[in-house]
Design a protein around this ligand. Structure first.
Ligand SMILES: [Fe+2]
Length: 609
């Protein structure tokens, strides 16, 4: 039985194919169209999923859409009426898209599927899709299921109990009160872009002090013991304007929002630290309440807020649950996967098999390319490469490059589903290097120098470097953990402020140690990612270090590379030193036209995010 899940028309469109209950393929549209957060019908992603499943659209048994557009429209109308006559302009601005497209989702889906599908469409609720994506692929027979995001129809957060093939909804938090929108409001206020700059805000937090935390809790929020809260909407503009905060907010923080791309001041860093602290407090409270409400020992999470790995790390360490599993595609792209699995288990009542690792297959659910395909492409552009028939020789070569402080673009296996690169479409580097963070940020990714990098570490060695147990798995890089005391280096007692903290070396693996001595850890094991495991294992044999830097294979504003073409272009237009495409290795100086790098032209292709 073939079920296609689709999320579209908001941001991060995606498709997922579930065949007889197994996730066969999942991909986000932006990876194909090269337009970040692409919201259009995911035609390319659908085509890929169908091809991977060996079927065409006429062989689909059901197509599921990840939310209920009519219910969403109902929220829009009610919100408008509640604030009228304010918000009329916004209402008018939104209407054409609704009238043209969103209110006619079945018609749009028909067209998107080339009129080949004649079955019915299923519409799951937004938070049901997130909840299903969190629980059904998880390795737990029973778990509390927490979803936290901006907003779908009405729910902005929910608690459910997942058991076997069933999800039982227990509680929900409703619009306009929303942890996702609260975080996004400060993403906006600190001058970052909505729905993508949230990561930057989280990355900025360690540079500031949470001096506004009490003020935020006192003025903006009324938080209950169970973690539910109400927001004072006189500070927030998203119900009736096209901006997230009102002038009243400016009064609290000594001035208007920061303009994007202008200097980041101590105020922004302190706001980032404060809203992060508020978020962590709320998430912890909700997690404790979810535990009380469900009595479950384990927790699963999804929704955009579940990408806040600092909060996740605290839930794991300080929360009441034994284990935590987070859907790697926690944002709306993952709704496609959740919608398909919800249909299979919840609506069709099909049994669920719980796998000890999980059923997400390392989230390596996207396209892959054979060595023959890669060779044909490389020859067509005259690339100069070395081909290693033997995997061991290849791994050796890659490790030599990393150990000599070379920045290596690494492309192998199926592409990741979800916003993180997990080793398949990654840029790798030596975490022991003192210059790597600055080099990679400024010369490879062309982004803000404060942006932190993440370590990939052998799972069996995680407790040597980080405050994690070896049974605390983090294959999807969604947990932040403190760096062990033994690996820390003392810094000047007077301490630097703000971005000057960056210049201080804080550990024996400085490139991945954040200024607050934490790191966003990915644990690597043989089952989830054999090639990446071999690379790090052999790197440890050579150098003694079981840790490498793993960052997304892209530049600022660019979707993660998807094809060998994308990877080769990114390699050629940046200062990346080496490129590995499956079993091919290329060095920059050997390439034709290597001197003619035009970084500016390349960056101009991608909008700032
Ligand atoms: Fe969502």
């Amino acid at each position: 039985m073939n079920i296609l899940g689709i999320s579209a028309y908001y941001h991060d469109s995606a498709a997922c194919l579930v065949q007889d209950g197994q996730i066969v393929a999942a991909a986000q549209e932006e990876r194909f169209t090269r337009k970040k957060h692409d919201y259009r019908f995911p035609g390319h992603a659908v085509a890929f999923c169908l091809e991977q499943g060996g079927i065409d659209a006429s062989q689909l048994d059901l197509v599921t859409f990840y939310d209920k557009p009519l219910l969403k429209f109902d929220r829009l109308l009610e919100t408008y009426i509640a604030y009228a006559p304010m918000g009329f302009k916004m209402f008018l601005m939104g209407m054409p898209l609704w009238l043209r497209q969103k209110l006619h989702t079945p018609r749009e889906l028909d067209a998107g599927l080339g009129k080949k599908y004649s079955g019915r469409y299923v519409f799951t609720e937004h938070h049901e899709s997130h909840a299903a994506s969190a629980f059904f692929p998880s390795p737990f027979e029973e778990a509390a299921v927490l979803t936290l995001d901006g907003v779908g129809e009405w729910a902005t957060g929910s608690i459910a109990l997942g058991r076997g093939n069933r999800l039982e909804m227990k509680k929900e938090l409703r619009f306009p009160h929303s942890l996702g929108l609260l975080y996004s409001a400060f993403t906006y206020f600190t001058g970052f872009k909505l729905n993508s700059g949230e990561y930057k805000l989280m990355g900025l937090a360690p540079y500031g002090e949470p001096i506004y935390k009490d003020l935020m809790i006192e003025k903006l929020l009324d938080i209950k013991d169970d973690g539910s809260f109400r927001m004072d909407m006189s500070y927030f503009g998203y119900c009736h304007t096209d901006v997230m905060t009102t002038p009243k907010m400016d009064g609290l923080f000594g001035g208007p929002p920061r303009k994007s791309e202008t200097e980041i001041t101590q105020r922004e860093m302190d706001i980032a630290a404060s809203i992060q602290a508020v978020t962590e407090e709320i998430v912890l409270k909700i997690a404790r309440y979810a535990h009380e409400l469900t009595g479950a020992r384990n927790l699963t999470m999804a929704g955009g807020v579940a990408l806040n790995c600092v909060a996740n790390g605290r839930v794991l360490r300080e929360g009441p649950f034994d284990q935590v599993w987070i859907q790697p595609a926690a944002g709306d792209a993952g709704g496609a996967l959740g919608a398909a699995l919800f249909t299979w288990h919840e609506l069709l009542d099909k049994p669920r098999e719980v796998k000890p690792q999980d059923s997400q297959y390392g989230s390596l659910l996207g396209p892959s390319f054979t060595n023959d395909q890669i060779r044909a492409f490389l020859d067509s552009v005259g690339a100069v490469y070395q081909f290693h028939e033997d995997d061991e020789k290849l791994v050796d070569h890659v490790d030599e490059l990393i150990a000599s402080e070379t920045v290596v673009g690494h492309f192998s296996d199926r592409a990741e589903f979800g916003p993180r690169a997990l080793g398949s479409r990654s840029i790798l580097g030596d975490a022991r290097s003192t210059d790597m963070q600055a080099t990679m940020n400024l010369k490879i990714k062309f982004r803000e120098s404060f942006r932190p990098f993440a370590p990939a570490v052998l799972r069996e060695d995680v407790d040597e470097f980080f405050e994690m147990r070896t049974d605390e798995n983090s294959p999807y890089m969604l947990l932040v953990a403190p760096v062990k005391d033994a690996k820390r280096l003392a810094v000047d007692a007077d301490g630097a402020r703000g971005l000057d903290k960056l210049k201080q070396q804080r550990s024996t693996v400085p490139a991945i140690t954040h200024v607050d001595y934490s790191a966003r850890v990915q644990t690597i094991d043989m089952q989830h990612h054999p090639r990446f495991y071999q690379i790090i294992k052999r790197f440890k044999d050579k150098t003694g270090s079981p840790v490498v830097i793993n960052t997304r294979f892209n530049v600022r504003g660019e979707p993660i590379v998807n094809t060998p073409e994308d990877a080769y272009r990114c390699f050629m237009y940046t200062n990346m030193d080496a490129l590995v495409l499956e079993n091919f290795v290329m060095l920059k100086p050997d390439q034709p036209n290597a001197q003619e790098i035009d970084v500016e032209a390349y960056l101009a292709e991608f909008a700032l995010d």
